[in-house]
Design a protein around this ligand. Sequence first.
Ligand code: 2AM
Length: 175
Amino acid sequence: MRLFIAVLFPDPIVDSLASLRDKLHNEAVSGSFVPRENLHLTLSFLGECSSSEERLVEEVLDSTSFKPFSLRMDRIGFFQRPDGDIWWVGAEENKELSDLQRSISSSLSKKGFKLEKKRFSPHITLARRVITTTRAGRIEPIETEVNEVSLMLSERGDGRMIYTPLYSIQAVCMK
Ligand code: 2AM
């Protein structure tokens, strides 16, 4: 099974992301646009895992503790690709998010997972293989609170990706 760890968003935030995706879609010549239910921010991509590895990931999440924090998405941009670019909404520099991502990655590495060494660049992918004249830039900020992290199953079905939450941890509120 193919797994990744992600932050999912409440409906009103997904609505804002989906409307940015729709605007991009309207302006684009072509592209593959992420379905509304698949919009998420990846913290760690694990790739193909066995059931015992899945349990190890759950242990890692169980041992991860974080307080709720706010996250602000403030720009739209793209990663250049030869077959059309990957367009995303980017999050502002955020120490809580980076610390959370680092803590999960380091616990996964200690359990033997080989993770990609790429620098963490928090983003929500809106579309892939995009050909457009849209320009990258600032957006009306979208602000949300992160209080849950989910282990996600990624499957291909009916010609599209289906993402299913398998396990989640909640932020710990401390008074
Ligand atoms: P992306 O949105 O930038 O493509 C599920 O595939 C999630 O894992 C996506 O959010 C994807 O990021 C992320 N991911 C990171 N590395 C990946 C890889 N090597 N292959 C597929 N997905 C990857």
